[in-house]
Design a protein around this ligand. Structure first.
Ligand code: ZN
Length: 364
């Protein structure tokens, strides 16, 4: 990257993410970045104490994102591969007449071959083995774009939570790098205590992105701030919530490895997708507990997760042996969720000095 072309913010970003390839300036979708930046701007407007974050695209073709602190400044790096893979995933889904078929005119979509394995986490690899799919129907195409953008916003807010809830500063203190990265690690060498710390931080960041994502979604609904093509899809707020849950669960599914060893759940750096989504769902239902819409909201989110599971199956020849949401029915998953919730009482005190946002209370 020739520094001469960079603004001073971009230069700082490039320096902060040198270890991952630096900034990707020729990223062709500045409007995508603007949407992510806008999500953070709105959250800062709602709570002005929250710090600025320098957000940009990292020159990395794999699926991932990263939050870090360099020279007292905070940075959120979204891999180039992340948006491209999300965009490719949702286009492939909506371009398939058997997926979300009640939306738009799905019969116009062209038959496509299943990929051998949908968990392809490098856009260059995906581009090498298959042609891109673009939905034919304009409503379905608009929804694919909406889902990809929502997914990207969820990731951005999640990374921002790593910053404002003190996770980056804690890491800076523990291992002298303030980097929180979303590369899934399975590591039996690192102690399971460290992995449980990592998973608890992820759980905390998910909780923030769920809560604030809902706030932004409500605003979008109230202002009807979506394109006209989606009027027939979002007839009620619940419809929109359902698609938002579909987008979020799909991120964790794409990012997940597909198969998890249920006897070693504490050795992963991030909780498995179904557990992340279940914890988010618990939070959503708590918020709506006093509302007469609670059942409707919960079933919309749950059905969206099941629909996402089915959609992944329809795109991939490789069958997951421990499939999606059903995994949560295993008592070992329930037990793991309890240990994650319980671990908050150990992790919260570590974050108190660093948190800018204020932390969730310890539930007894
Ligand atoms: Zn994270």
């Amino acid at each position: 990257m020739q520094e001469v072309n960079l603004t001073s913010d971009e230069r700082e970003f490039d320096y902060a993410f040198k270890f991952k390839g630096g900034i990707r300036k020729d990223f062709e979708v500045p409007v995508v970045l603007k949407g992510a930046q806008n999500a953070i701007d709105v959250l800062r407007k709602l709570k002005p104490i929250l710090p600025e974050a320098n957000i940009n695209i990292v020159n990395d073709s794999t699926f991932g994102a990263c939050a870090t602190k360099v020279d007292m400044k905070y940075f959120i790096g979204i891999n180039y591969g992340t948006y491209m893979l999300l965009f490719a995933l949702f286009c492939r889904m909506l371009g398939n007449k058997d997926i979300l078929s009640s939306i738009g005119n799905s019969s116009n979509e062209i038959d496509q071959e299943k990929l051998f394995n949908i968990h392809i986490l490098d856009i260059n690899l995906l581009a090498a083995i298959t042609e891109p799919v673009i939905p034919v129907d304009s409503t379905r195409k608009a929804l694919a774009f909406w889902l990809a953008n929502k997914a990207l916003h969820t990731i951005t807010i999640h990374e921002y939570a790593h910053i404002i809830n003190g996770h980056c500063d804690l890491m800076l203190n523990i291992n002298s790098n303030g980097i929180i990265t979303e590369n899934l690690r399975h590591n039996s060498i690192v102690s399971s205590e460290d992995m449980m710390l990592s998973q608890t931080l992820e759980f905390d960041a998910d909780a923030y992105s769920t809560l604030k994502g809902l706030t932004l979604l409500n605003m979008e609904w109230n202002q009807k701030a979506f394109v006209d093509e989606l009027n027939s899809v979002f007839k009620s707020f619940t419809d929109m919530l359902s698609m938002w849950s579909f987008a979020n669960y799909s991120i964790w599914k794409l990012f997940g490895v597909g198969n998890y060893d249920l006897d070693r759940l504490s050795t992963y750096s991030h909780p498995p997708p179904s557990i992340r989504q279940r914890l988010a769902l618990d939070l959503i239902s708590t918020i709506h507990l006093d509302s007469n819409k609670c059942d409707e909201v919960v079933s919309a989110c749950l059905n969206a997760a099941l629909e996402a599971d089915r959609s992944f199956e329809k795109l991939s020849q490789t069958v997951e042996t421990l499939e999606g949401w059903k995994m949560n029915q295993d008592p070992r998953c329930e037990e793991h969720m309890e240990s994650l919730r319980g671990n908050w009482k150990n992790v919260r005190p570590l974050l108190v000095t660093y948190s800018i946002n204020g932390l969730a209370p310890i539930q007894e």
